[in-house]
Design a protein around this ligand. Structure first.
Ligand code: MN
Length: 130
C-alpha cells in the first residue's frame, strides 16, 4: 500500500470526493482544500509529495497558486499536477509554465487515475515527465 502524502486542491465537491476516495483506497495520506487560501493553510502543517491542483478555483486560481508555491524553496520539490476540465490547446503549456510537472484532464478516468499518480510518485526523484 502506498502512503505518500497528497494534497488535493479542488472547489467542486463531487470531484474532490471522487479523487479523495480513489486515492484513499490506495492508502495515500490525503488532505484536501477547496481553494488556494485553504491550501496554503494546510501546507503550513502538511508537506505533500504531490499536489493535485484544480486550475479553475474561486479567487486565486491554480496557476497563480502554483507560481506562488514555486517561488518558495520549501515547495519546489513537490510534484504538482494540474487538473482541468478545459482541455483546450495551450492549457498544458500554461500549466507547465506556471511550474506544474504534469497535466490531467477532467473528467478523471477512474480506471487509470491511480496508476498515473503512482507513476508520477515513482518518477518524481528523476523528474521524468509523463
Ligand atoms: Mn474548479
Amino acid at each position: 500500500m502506498a502512503n505518500e502524502p497528497i494534497l488535493i486542491v479542488e472547489d467542486n465537491q463531487i470531484n474532490l470526493m471522487l479523487l479523495k476516495t480513489l486515492l484513499s483506497f490506495k492508502g495515500y495520506t490525503i488532505r484536501t482544500a477547496n481553494n488556494a487560501e485553504e491550501a496554503l493553510t494546510v501546507l503550513d502543517t502538511f508537506m505533500p509529495q504531490l499536489i493535485l491542483m484544480d486550475i479553475q478555483l474561486p479567487g486565486m486560481d491554480g496557476l497563480e497558486l502554483t507560481r506562488k508555491l514555486r517561488s518558495n524553496p520549501k515547495f519546489q520539490q513537490i510534484t504538482i499536477l494540474a487538473v482541468t476540465a478545459y482541455a483546450m490547446k495551450g492549457d498544458k503549456e500554461k500549466a507547465m509554465a506556471a511550474g506544474c510537472d504534469g497535466y490531467i484532464a477532467k473528467p478523471i478516468d477512474s480506471k487509470t487515475f491511480t496508476d498515473i499518480i503512482a507513476e508520477y510518485l515513482r518518477h518524481r526523484q528523476s523528474s521524468v515527465n509523463l
